[in-house]
Write a protein that binds this ligand. Structure first.
Ligand code: HEC
Ligand code: HEC
Ligand code: HEC
Ligand code: HEC
Ligand code: HEC
Ligand code: HEC
Ligand code: HEC
Length: 485
């Protein structure tokens, strides 16, 4: 051996250089930049720079996602970080520290709960066979996802089908056990596309249509951002997600993120308000689709309503809360009672109505069953009630998930005409009812028609009859705010 010393020094020098390079590289690692950015935003409460690892009990595998996604909100108390981590829902590679490898195989990209991936990502909510615990099947068959009734109505009106039976949906759906009045299966709405496009469409189960209305309808309405499977129109008030997140993951009217994850841009509209799932869904979330304008069957065009105040982060931005709500809630020509705008939609509309009851409806009257008298009774009858009999029945679970629920076994609650228990409307004493508002937790007494001086008629129970005497004067209440003198 000629120069053993020189070799050794060379090798040591090389090793030192390699180590310095590795050290420098770590200092430049993307995750350090996100942690520095987090610390810059939290000067009073900085975190020590370093790799962050969690080992959720559900999988027992370590996950490094929060090294970059430091500060991200826990998604919900029912999906605690220490049990679920991130990969349970999102997939991805939990051991990777560079973005590309970590995100390889993310389920559904941003949203694991979209229709294409919900059965995989939300698999605790599928095929459970337990009442109220099969959200994936229920939502896939619900009217807000399939729009089967609207499609049947339009196709019938334009002569594309002989009756108003549901045959097609925005997407396909099947129900092995349809009860009378419900539909066994829906095919995706057919299209009248050029022949050369048909093979690709056929692969998605879409058939050719002999009627031009199908394609016109699909373009003007079904791709217009109103259905649970379709992405939102990227506009103030309309930002929202799809699938389960369309309702359970709240978006602000201006579509801006207001949480603490440095990787989620705070100045780019089109993100949820926080990384959070909730069952306490405020009306503003439903209104990302509902009450946004008018659809003309004749012209097949949607006209957005012109009267909305500028979208803000919260209801109270510049209009007082109740006025803002009044302005956003109903269109100027709409008639409504005090409780229809004071309460949130889900204070009246139940889980079965909104997520579906598990069967394929092809008309609003199949799935929307709550009536004014469900809570108020009539001059001749008190509201129908039923007792809570078990700790784990759907009403009890809904009350617990909501966080404001005070339900106990033995309590009596109001039931819908289908027998679904409305957990938030309790009979607190014989003939006395109190409703827990699901978003604010406030408790309000439900005034009854029974025993009042109400002038309703027994066979005039639809809301339009009640509005004739009980309509709330929207314009009077708003005038001082919308057009200052
Ligand atoms: C090296 C840093 C880094 C790591 C590690 C990392 N992420 Fe991300 N992640 C980002 C950044 C930056 C963004 C925003 C830009 C983008 O979409 O690439 C992001 C975006 C996302 C999104 C939204 C994607 C979209 O299309 O909008 C999801 C979901 C996500 N990450 C989940 C995860 C999960 C789950 C893990 C762990 C398996 C993980 N990330 C690990 C940096 C990281
Ligand atoms: C219970 C399921 C669930 C768990 C657990 C979960 N997420 Fe999410 N996450 C979601 C859903 C649903 C969305 C979709 C939001 C949307 O569509 O706007 C989402 C969205 C995101 C986004 C994109 C937000 C945006 O606006 O760009 C990121 C980033 C993200 N999650 C990271 C994580 C990380 C990191 C973890 C672990 C700490 C995690 N998630 C745990 C369900 C989950
Ligand atoms: C169109 C809106 C909407 C969509 C979409 C939606 N939900 Fe719901 N969800 C609700 C409402 C409303 C409730 C009832 C909340 C209450 O009254 O306390 C609810 C309740 C729940 C509950 C509580 C138990 C129950 O069944 O009432 C779970 C769990 C749930 N949803 C899961 C899901 C899953 C999983 C998906 C997607 C497959 C989904 N939701 C899609 C609106 C929606
Ligand atoms: C993604 C858009 C979207 C969101 C979000 C949404 N809806 Fe709907 N909703 C629709 C469409 C589309 C219909 C069908 C309209 C029709 O047939 O007139 C519908 C129908 C309904 C119906 C009548 C039929 C039925 O299935 O009971 C009720 C009640 C309803 N929605 C309540 C709600 C409530 C409450 C929320 C919030 C928790 C909500 N919606 C959120 C789009 C949406
Ligand atoms: C005070 C209770 C109450 C509130 C709050 C409420 N609704 Fe309703 N809703 C009803 C009742 C009752 C009906 C049945 C109407 C009838 O009897 O004529 C109905 C009917 C509906 C229908 C189907 C019939 C139609 O006219 O299109 C939809 C869709 C609907 N509501 C959506 C909503 C949305 C979205 C919200 C929130 C923005 C909401 N509702 C708030 C009680 C309420
Ligand atoms: C889920 C139960 C529920 C349903 C369904 C419901 N209400 Fe109410 N209603 C309430 C509650 C709670 C109040 C009390 C509100 C308050 O104290 O601010 C109320 C108050 C009222 C009042 C008295 C307040 C006033 O206007 O002076 C009238 C009238 C009324 N509702 C009519 C209706 C009509 C009409 C419908 C059908 C469209 C309806 N309600 C559906 C719960 C309900
Ligand atoms: C022809 C007019 C008229 C019609 C139609 C009508 N109401 Fe009434 N209602 C009244 C009057 C008047 C009162 C008594 C008001 C009072 O005592 O201050 C009343 C009282 C009530 C109350 C008790 C309010 C309280 O504060 O104690 C409720 C609840 C109510 N009505 C609900 C309804 C519902 C639901 C409908 C539709 C099914 C309806 N009303 C139809 C005129 C009408």
């Amino acid at each position: 051996m000629k120069h053993p010393v020189r070799w050794t020094v060379g090798a040591a020098l090389f090793l030192l250089l390699a180590m310095a390079f590795a050290w420098w590289r770590t200092g430049q690692a993307e995750w350090q930049q996100w942690q520095r950015r987090y610390n810059a935003a939290h000067p009073d409460d900085p975190i020590p720079l370093g790799i962050r690892s969690i080992t959720p009990s559900r999988t027992g595998q370590p996950e490094l996602c929060t090294t970059c996604h430091v500060g991200i909100e826990e998604i919900s108390p029912s999906h605690p970080l220490e049990t679920f981590g991130c990969v349970s829902c999102h997939g991805g590679n939990g051991l990777a520290l560079d973005r590309e490898r970590a995100h390889a195989g993310l389920v559904g990209g941003r949203n694991p709960s979209g229709f294409a991936t919900m059965a995989q990502a939300c698999n605790c909510h599928t095929h459970t066979g337990q009442a109220g615990r099969d959200g994936v099947e229920r939502v896939g068959r619900s009217l807000m996802a399939t729009y089967a009734g609207g499609i049947a109505l339009v196709r019938h009106a334009f002569g594309a089908q002989p009756d108003q039976e549901g045959r097609y949906g925005v997407m396909a759906a099947q129900d092995p056990n349809p009860p009378p009045g419900f539909v066994a299966a829906l095919k995706p709405l057919p299209v009248s596309a050029p022949d050369e496009l048909m093979p690709a469409l056929a692969a998605q189960g879409v058939t050719a249509s002999g009627h031009p209305i199908d394609t016109r309808f699909r373009r003007s309405c079904l791709e217009g951002g109103c259905h649970l499977s379709e992405p939102a129109t990227p506009q103030p008030y309309r930002y929202r997600s799809t699938g389960c997140a369309a309702c359970h993951y709240l978006y602000a009217d201006d579509g801006l993120y207001r949480g603490q994850d440095p990787t989620i841009p705070r100045d780019e509209p089109g993100h949820g308000r926080l990384h959070r799932l909730t069952t306490a869904i405020p009306f503003s979330q439903c209104n990302h689709c509902h009450n946004r304008g008018n659809y003309s069957l004749r012209t097949m065009a949607f006209t957005p309503r012109p009267d909305l105040p500028p979208a803000g982060p919260s209801l109270s931005d510049f209009l007082p809360r109740q006025q803002r709500r009044l302005a956003e809630y109903y269109q100027p020509i709409g008639q409504f009672t005090l409780c229809e705008w004071e309460l949130d939609c889900i204070d009246c509309h139940t889980s079965d109505e909104v997520m579906g009851n598990g069967h394929i409806a092809d008309a609003v009257t199949d799935s929307q069953v709550v009536r004014c008298r469900t809570c108020h009774g009539t001059l001749w009858e008190l509201p129908q009630t039923a007792p809570i009999t078990a700790e784990d029945e759907p009403a009890m679970r809904q009350a617990q998930l909501n966080g404001h629920g005070k339900l106990r076994v033995g309590d009596r609650v109001v039931v819908t005409p289908r027998g679904e228990k409305m957990w938030a409307v309790r009979e607190v004493a014989p003939g006395r009812f109190v409703e827990t508002l699901k978003v604010s937790g406030e408790e309000v007494e439900v005034p009854l028609v029974y025993g009042s001086a109400c002038q309703q008629k027994p066979d005039e129970q639809e809301s339009r009859y009640c509005h004739a005497c009980h309509a709330y004067p929207r314009d009077d209440a708003l005038k001082p705010f919308l057009s200052p003198p």
